[in-house]
Design a protein around this ligand. Structure first.
Ligand SMILES: NC(=O)c1ccc[n+]([C@@H]2O[C@H](COP(=O)([O-])OP(=O)(O)OC[C@H]3O[C@@H](n4cnc5c(N)ncnc54)[C@H](O)[C@@H]3O)[C@@H](O)[C@H]2O)c1
Length: 103
């Protein structure tokens, strides 16, 4: 039976943590990054999102195999459709290499 790190290996995956700059969000984002995921911290507050992403990037190896950053902060109001769409577009742009090609 594989060990826990193998069971929870999220290398090459993208995790989106909503409210990611808050008390619960920062812990969840840290755990997902530790498991190997690239993490998008989405928060209403631009400063909070940026700070949370910066401290994540300090705590984990800053780049994935493709040389791209593994932690980004995205400011969005997720209570609105535009906010959700804008956040997804920013995440797609930042981690474009992580998503399967649509071609
Ligand atoms: N902390 C706990 O122990 C606990 C326990 C049970 C339930 N909860 C619930 O879990 C949720 C998160 O808790 P928390 O302690 O991390 O709260 P928090 O206030 O520390 O974090 C919430 C984050 O969400 C962001 N946010 C708020 N509205 C947003 C929006 N429209 N779009 C994007 N981001 C938005 C805020 O800017 C903030 O950074 C809350 O609903 C809370 O009631 C928390």
């Amino acid at each position: 039976m594989p060990g826990l790190p193998a069971l929870f290996d999220l290398s090459g995956r993208v995790a989106v943590v909503t409210g990611g700059g808050g008390a619960l969000g920062t812990v969840v984002a840290g755990a997902l990054a530790e498991a190997g995921a690239s993490v998008a911290v989405v928060d209403l507050s631009e400063t909070t999102a940026a700070k949370a992403a910066a401290s994540l990037a300090e705590a984990i190896p800053g780049q994935d195999e493709a040389g791209a950053t593994r932690a980004i902060g995205v400011s969005a109001d997720l209570s609105t459709e535009e906010g959700v769409e804008g956040a997804l577009a920013a995440i797609d742009q930042a981690f474009v290499h992580s998503f399967p090609s649509s071609e």
